[in-house]
Each structure stands twice: as structure tokens, then as C-alpha cells.
Design a protein around this ligand. Structure first.
Ligand code: AKG
Ligand code: FE2
Length: 361
């Protein structure tokens, strides 16, 4: 019997309610995606239209922060955060073998039966599909698992067996780098006396996700993830070799493209992708760009990506740093309680950088 899923709630029930996910759908061997996955024309991603990110700066070598080129590396990091909000790093201190194990663990987790995955209804662990499927007109071609961090002991107790050890090691190994990059970025704002409480507030909470994008029969009609920015301070992302992560240029960048064009962040073996989140855009009063990004699906192979999101804690009030407002003469964002910012972010479908409107004065 041909399964079309194009009427009633059967698709939603199969994919979302019953926990089969997009993986379950892809495993049926459909020759075309169900209507519910077809994006409006303006949201579709034409591969040939994006400019290759190889035109952008080469990956930043973080080991050079400890040598004579320290100042130059600091300038590269701040420059990338101001211009594009995305950059890649190498020699980042996270073992490259660990990165390989993480990708394997992600495949292992998602290749389990729906029953095994669907026990994670969260928190602290949530297995899901798309972003907010109840509210989205078109669904995203993506399953994910979110693992919120409270302590090492909790992680080892509650996170899935298939990935808990590597995911925890990854989270702990990236934490040091994240703190260093955020310190550099805050210092570059001219905030030279860095109160520990400011730093601790910005990097207080952590979460590891594993995203799984099954092979898709219609990459030209769908999205893996729709246009969005990340809500936190800084995201570290491990992507595999398949590609498909696109970032929108917020301004003209020489040799890369014009404002509004999309560039692909090319997979670089051993590298990690870093991107600025909304929180850092707010705190820096708009100096650093929380980059709008999206993901294309692939018809050849399943793709995995593994982000670590570092955010303030929910009770934290965030707003532009006073020293920056003084220099700029204007506060471009208001003070918001981070829990409220998150509620708004997770309560609405992805829509580019609209999430930031919540913090507009
Ligand atoms: O899969 C990717 O490359 C990006 C995923 C992403 O943007 C996210 O999880 O927020
Ligand atoms: Fe993202």
C-alpha cells in the first residue's frame, strides 16, 4: 500500500505523536515528501545560489592564542563575530577522535527503534522532531535530542546510554573554549574590568543537542532547519562532512558576498563551527551579530550535527552592558529575564531573527 500521509492527522500522529520522527518516515522509502514538509517558495534553499564559505576567512587557530600572535587571533575572533557572527576554529583543545565518536554516537542513537527513542520526553532529555511542530505550517526535516546539563552525575544517570559519555566529554571539553572566546569578545567591547559575575552569568547553562537529518527525496522543497538565530550566548557546532549549513550575510563582506546573500559554512575535518547567539548580540548592544542560519537536506546521505548551546541561566536578567551603552549613547535592547526570552523563542516557529524583537525597547 502506498503511504501518502497527505490527509488528516495521520502524518502528524505518525511522526510527532508516536515518536517515529522523520527517520521513521524516511525509512518507509517515500519517493516524495508529504505535503506538510513542503516549504513556501521563499523558504526553499537552492544549492547553487549560495556562495561557498571557502571565500570567507580561514579557520581560526586557537592554539595561537597562547603565542606571539595572540593579538592577531583576538582581532580575528572579534572581527568574525562583528561581521558574520560565524567562524570556524581548529586546534581548539577538543580531541579530534572525540569528534568522530560523537558523530558515530548520534547515528547509533537515531538508528534505534522509535520506542527506544520516545522514552525521552524531557527534561532533562528531550527527543523530538522539527522545532515546534504544533505551530508550524511546514515541518522541518529533522529529528533531535536535547540533553540539558545539570551535573556530570545527572548526565551519566539520565542521558541516553548510546551517547552520554561522549556527549558529556564534549560538553566539558568545549566549556573552556567557550569561556575563553566569550571573555575575548566582552573584553573587545572595551569592558576591560571584567566582573566575574558578568562572565559567569553569560555561560551559566549548557545543553548538548544531536540533530539528525535523514536522507530526503526532495531537498529542493524542504528545509532541515528553517531560518533562525540561536538564542544563547555562543554555540559550538560539530558538523559532519555532508554540508548544507548556510548563513545569511548581514552586511557586504569583501570576497564573500553582499548583504542578504547566503553562504555555506563548508565542512572542515577536525574543525568546530562557532556562532554568536541572540544573548551576545543583546549584551554587546548589537556590535556582535547573532547570525541567521538554516540547513539544507540531502538526498544522498543522512547528516548529523552536534551543537553545544551555552546560555545564561533562566533567572538571569540580560541587557546591553552599561559600558557599551555609554559608548554608543543608546541602548538598542531592553533588560529581559532570560526565562521569558526562552519562552518566546521556543513558543514560536523559526522566523529568521524575529526572536530578537522580544528584546527591542
Ligand atoms: O545542523 C546544523 O548545521 C545547524 C543546526 C542548528 O542551527 C541548530 O541546532 O540550532
Ligand atoms: Fe542554530
Amino acid at each position: 500500500m502506498a503511504t501518502s500521509f497527505n490527509n488528516g492527522n495521520s502524518l502528524f500522529d505518525f511522526v510527532v505523536r508516536d515518536g517515529n520522527g522523520v527517520k521513521g518516515l524516511a525509512d518507509l522509502g517515500l519517493s516524495a515528501v508529504p505535503d506538510r514538509y513542503i516549504q513556501p517558495a521563499e523558504e526553499r534553499i537552492e544549492k547553487q545560489k549560495a556562495i561557498s564559505g571557502h571565500m570567507l576567512a580561514a579557520p581560526i587557530d586557537l592554539s595561537k592564542l597562547d603565542g606571539p600572535s595572540h593579538e592577531q587571533v583576538v582581532a580575528e575572533i572579534a572581527g568574525a563575530a562583528e561581521a558574520l557572527g560565524f567562524f570556524q576554529v581548529v586546534n581548539h583543545g577538543v580531541p579530534v577522535e572525540l569528534l568522530e565518536s560523537l558523530k558515530d554516537a548520534a547515528h547509533k542513537f537515531f538508528c534505534q527503534t522509535p520506542e527506544k527513542k520516545a522514552v525521552y520526553r524531557g527534561p532533562p532529555v528531550k527527543y523530538g522532531t522539527s522545532f515546534v511542530p504544533e505551530k508550524e505550517k511546514a515541518l522541518e526535516w529533522k529529528d533531535y535530542i536535547s540533553m540539558a546539563y545539570t551535573s556530570d552525575a545527572d548526565a551519566l544517570q539520565y542521558w541516553p546510554m548510546e551517547c552520554k559519555e561522549v556527549a558529556l566529554e564534549y560538553l566539558n571539553a568545549t566549556a573552556k573554549m567557550v569561556r575563553k572566546i566569550v571573555e575575548i569578545l566582552i573584553w573587545k567591547l572595551g569592558v576591560t574590568v571584567l566582573d566575574d559575575s558578568i562572565m559567569n552569568g553569560l555561560v551559566a547553562s549548557k545543553m548538548v543537542n544531536m540533530n539528525f537529518y535523514p536522507t530526503c527525496p526532495n531537498p529542493e522543497l524542504t528545509v532541515g532547519v528553517g531560518r533562525h538565530s540561536d538564542m544563547g550566548t555562543l554555540t559550538v557546532l560539530l558538523q559532519d562532512g555532508i554540508g548544507g549549513l548556510y548563513v545569511k550575510l548581514e552586511e557586504d563582506i569583501a570576497d564573500a558576498g553582499k548583504k542578504g546573500e547566503w553562504v555555506e559554512i563548508p565542512p572542515i575535518p577536525g574543525a568546530l563551527v562557532i556562532n554568536v547567539g541572540d544573548t551576545l548580540q543583546i549584551v554587546s548592544n548589537g556590535r556582535y551579530k547573532s547570525a541567521e542560519h538554516r540547513v539544507r537536506t540531502s538526498s544522498n546521505e543522512s547528516r548529523v550535527s552536534i551543537p553545544v548551546f551555552t546560555t545564561p541561566k533562566p533567572s538571569e536578567t540580560i541587557g546591553p552592558l552599561p559600558q557599551v551603552v555609554e559608548t554608543d549613547g543608546v541602548a538598542r535592547y531592553r533588560q529581559v529575564v532570560f526565562q521569558e526570552y526562552m519562552n518566546n523563542f521556543f513558543g514560536n516557529p523559526h522566523e529568521g531573527k524575529k526572536s530578537l524583537d522580544f528584546a527591542k525597547p
